[in-house]
Design a protein around this ligand. Structure first.
Ligand code: FRU
Length: 492
């Protein structure tokens, strides 16, 4: 693995021409995605500023241009009208001020009039590498012009450690105030969300207090990317508690999850209705960001980084890493969040591959970019994806009807990565298994179980010959090749 010096990691992007060569190399990779958002070069991590504005969806990602390393971060801008096909727009926020000299870190967006206000963390470091986080504002006008506010809205609170970041901007009708929720760490190293408020988006921001979440006072040592969303009359606290072990999730210690409950903005109390649930039962998913569904307040759209902090991926060698998950439709059903593939994804279905004549146990060719749909009978089932021609290896999906357990095990792949966090994940399905929809891109697989009841997301890097699948069990299966939806164009 390449060792990066601090100078290399924090190298400023002066001359975009330099990226051309790197982009050419990157775009030749066998693992470039065809319907997922991915970085033009270098590393992508969190999605930021996801919002509908000016008749399109805007999304930004944390971007480190020079390679697969967490170094100097920029906001890179992409747009879509349908959440399926995306267009690269170029760099949007550059870390070019003293207050953000070591990175324009994660944040969110608020559309007002013909501008989009972008709230982000200015990651500042002194000469002696002491870190101070500032909450900063930039305005993206509809004519494409970005303007930064000369001063940050506010600096770090003295009551918490240096870990304070990821502003989520919210307007609350009941109090007629704007709030910024930040992830933070107490001095005795517990994760928190802290809140600032103002009557005005641009001025007068004051520390309002800590978000009280009874029962979650000692739950991870830092909460990254916290947000409070209102979906179908329910409040949802979504966040990433760090350095926490969760039963059934191997040695993994960075999670993205949620708690349903009620938010009281007057007292800054989030009263949980139940426990913490992970958003994704698979492997590679973090820093999810929600956008309101502009037509239906019972729904939101969620997108996440298909990756994890502190993990190396096989494409690191190729100078790029990370991609985003498919945007998913989010609703509340009972005491859970449900994530479903967006209806528009069906437009990507290209050729239906006939599976007529195949029976259980047959080894079938798996197109590299495809969707599989299965209606399952209430019985045991095994599905191996990316097997070799002889049916061995691959990702093993198994369902046991007696225990209602569905397991996804990726240890059979030739390219194994992040094995220390465990290579298999299990979830119990209360109502048994009835339906699977699986989206396969060139280096990822997303498995939607029972119409969004659970999702297993995983990066996967098949080598030549890992291009078959085998189904054992009695179910009705259909398969399509999918059209491309993201263009690998270099726009800086
Ligand atoms: C989460 C995170 C955020 C931070 C950003 C930096 O993955 O660590 O807390 O703002 O990434 O890229």
């Amino acid at each position: 693995m390449r060792e990066w010096t601090r100078e290399e990691r924090y190298r400023v992007l002066h001359d975009p021409q330099e990226l051309w060569e790197m982009h050419e190399e990157v775009s030749r990779s066998d693992f470039r995605q065809s319907f997922h958002i991915q970085p033009i070069t270098g590393l992508l991590n969190d999605p930021n500023g996801f919002v509908w504005h000016d008749n399109k969806w805007h999304l930004f990602y944390q971007w480190c241009p020079w390679g697969a390393v967490h170094g100097l971060k920029y906001w890179y801008h992409i747009v879509s009208t349908d959440l399926i096909t995306w267009k690269n727009c170029g760099v949007c926020i550059m870390p070019d001020r003293d207050y953000d000299n070591k990175g324009a870190y994660s944040g969110s967006a608020m559309p007002i009039g013909d501008s989009l206000y972008l709230y982000y963390t200015g990651n500042h470091r002194d000469e002696d590498w002491t870190r101070r986080s500032y909450t900063c504002l930039a305005k993206l006008r509809d004519d494409g012009w970005t303007e930064k506010y000369p001063l940050p809205l506010f600096g770090p609170s003295p009551y918490y450690t240096e870990h304070q970041r990821d502003p989520k901007i919210v307007y609350v009708k009941e109090t007629n105030l704007y709030y910024i929720i930040l992830g933070a760490q107490t001095k005795d190293k517990w994760g928190r969300a802290i809140v600032y408020k103002s009557e005005d988006l641009l001025h007068g921001w004051n520390f309002a207090g800590e978000l009280t979440v009874p029962g979650f006072e000692q739950f991870g040592d830092m909460w990254e990317c916290p947000s409070v969303e209102r979906i179908g009359g329910k409040d949802v606290l979504i966040f990433c508690p760090q350095h926490l072990k969760i039963q059934g999730r191997g040695e993994s210690d960075n999670h993205n999850g949620y708690i349903l409950g009620q938010m009281d903005w007057e007292t800054l109390t989030f009263t949980p209705d139940g426990q913490f649930h992970v958003l994704d039962f698979g492997f590679d998913s973090y820093a999810a960001e929600c956008a309101n569904n502009v037509q239906d307040e019972n729904k939101a759209v969620l997108v996440a980084w298909m990756g994890l902090p502190d993990v190396s991926y096989p494409t690191d060698e190729e100078n790029w890493a990370g991609c985003l998950t498919l945007p998913r439709e989010l609703t509340v059903r009972g005491r859970r969040l449900i994530q479903q593939p967006l209806p528009g994804l069906k437009q990507l279905r290209d050729t239906e591959i006939s599976l007529a004549g195949h029976t259980s146990g047959d080894i079938v060719k798996l197109p590299r970019v495809s969707e599989i749909e299965l209606y399952c009978r209430p019985d045991d089932l095994e599905l191996d994806l990316f097997t070799r021609e002889d049916g061995t290896g691959g990702i093993h999906i198994s369902y046991q009807k007696d225990s209602h357990e569905i397991t996804v095990d990726r240890s059979g792949m030739t390219n194994r990565f992040n094995t220390a966090h465990g290579e298999s994940r299990t979830r119990i399905l209360e109502d048994g298994l009835s339906h699977l929809r699986i989206f396969i891109d060139r280096s990822s697989v997303e498995i939607f179980v029972n119409d969004g009841d659970a999702v297993f997301t995983s990066r996967v890097f098949p080598v030549d010959g890992e291009d078959h699948f085998v189904l054992h069990g009695d179910s009705f299966i259909r398969m399509w090749t999918l059209k491309a939806a993201v263009k690998d164009t270099l726009v800086v």
